[in-house]
Write a protein that binds this ligand. Sequence first.
Ligand SMILES: N[C@@H](CCC(=O)N[C@@H](CS)C(=O)NCC(=O)O)C(=O)O
Length: 206
Amino acid sequence: MIQLYAWDTPNGRKISVALEEMGLTYRVEPVDITKGRQFDPAFLAISPNNRIPAIVDAEGPDGAPISVFESGAILVYLAEKTGLFLPPSGRGRVQVMEWLMWQMGGFGPMPGQVHHFLSVAEADRAYGLARYSKETHRLYGVLDRRLAQVAYVAGPLSVADFAILGWAWRHERHQVDLADYPQVRRWYDRMMERPAVQRGFAVPLS
Ligand SMILES: N[C@@H](CCC(=O)N[C@@H](CS)C(=O)NCC(=O)O)C(=O)O
């Protein structure tokens, strides 16, 4: 049994989608980040950066419990545990890692800043919103060009798609119209048609 510490956010949804796609049994432990529960000492013991998501797997690699924080590390951990959605070596693995790191370093932090600047007083908004919106659109363009060449970001369906999907799910909130990115639209619709993805987005996280 895996415990998923999460909230209903892009980074939380990446993991619920992955757990469903991998067919793993898990229990959700909601961490209400709107009430500061991410600073509770018990949560900090497994997630020292006071962010969701985190997991505790009662059966770690050596049979003993293990906790994992950072969504990218969790996705790699779960993929290696199950042998799914991440090749064990070679070029295929490199491509998954490239696109997973691309998401973790950009396609998440940048739209996240758009969400932030949309929420601040108008007087404080203009520079930050313009800067991070421009960068968010650049990243959607990168993704669109990639998806013109391949069905999924790393070729076969992988944990990198789950990571990117968590943020693309919020495209309306960061004011991106998928009609401007037709390859992303095609990929997004195809991903969202998957029954396990639908379960991953439906499971209550809050
Ligand atoms: N790099 C981290 C980012 C996680 C993150 O930013 N989580 C947000 C919710 S999506 C959070 O927990 N925020 C609480 C806070 O800022 O204190 C990951 O991918 O796991």
